[in-house]
Design a protein around this ligand. Sequence first.
Ligand code: PMP
Length: 394
Amino acid sequence: MFSNLKEQPADKILALMQLFKDDPRPQKIDLGVGVYKNAEGLTPVMRAVKTAEKQLWEAQDSKSYVGLAGDPAFADAMIDLVLGDAVARENVAAAATPGGTGAVRQAFEMIRMANPDARVFVSNPTWPNHVSILKFMGMPMAEYRYFDSATRGVDFDGMIEDLKQTKAGDVVLLHGCCHNPTGANLNLVQWQIVVDTLLKTGAIPMIDIAYQGFGDGLEEDAAGTRLVASSMPECLIAASCSKNFGVYRERTGILMAVAQDKGLRGLTQGTLNFLNRQNYSFPPDHGARVVTMILQSPELRADWAAELEEVRLSMLGLREQLAGELQRLSGSDRFAFIADHRGMFSRLGTTPEMVDKLRAEHAIYMVGDSRLNIAGLNKNSVPILAKAIIDCGI
Ligand code: PMP
């Protein structure tokens, strides 16, 4: 049986991590994998997470099963974090999932159950896992224009032109904030135009929000998602706690199905429970419980928000330093987009050959599409990267 299996393509980012590990050059810089790193290159456990884990260890007296949708308190806390008061609680069905990836997968499953012919429109480019999971599931997929390679901003006219081609029953996958891999994002006026367009075509939005708090702030980063949730008849929201709580390996995420028709909630909640049951039964609890404790406790929440803000500002500072350094070295503003982008990533917008050159000649590692992880930098490595970019003639 096993010999019938086909070799699967290696994950490009994991392959890059291995290359980096094997590189003996001491000055090497890793801008590949999408994990937040502090100035020392570490991904520490957040203070509030440590405190909540200690409290949990002391207080938890059972590890028995919770529920197919996870702890309802986790759903309440996350709905509040992501949606604020944009929609009433009774309009939202939700289920905990193993990370944001689990939420994305369950969302696709739900779409397919509702309409096997639904086309899922993804941004070009998007997080490669979106495309990979859709292909694996054999779901119809289409792309909408997103990145303007000249300005390195959003090709908004192209995006809207393509979204006008959607039909009722189609789904449009949008990044809630901090677009991965480009770093280019919609402003609120543009979100409104997207909403108006989809209201006309009848397509349903699905939002993947994996970096709330990494862009312009916790509230600001959720503004587009809230606008969609309060304006559209239905939407799906896949949220990840991996980055903003730093609980990557705990696999903590949630899928929300929002409907203006409250009568649909029983059906959507039942479907979410059913899908969890089919795929892994009960979702992981530890990370979800820690997140819930943090969000429920005013002290822990304040400490978490403060640390998250430090993380956000440190990435913003690195962006400004890099854009400034590149302006100085190039004598032009052509790299100003780096300071305009938000989140952990920026797409430099150069060729795979140049990405190879940066790696071969300067020991600088980034993904082949020229996505760089800003958090892989620190004050000392920014000038090294800037000089390498200019030396390579980018
Ligand atoms: N969506 C996007 C756009 C992401 O970048 C990520 C993290 N790489 C995720 C979802 C989900 O991450 P996780 O499964 O680790 O929560």
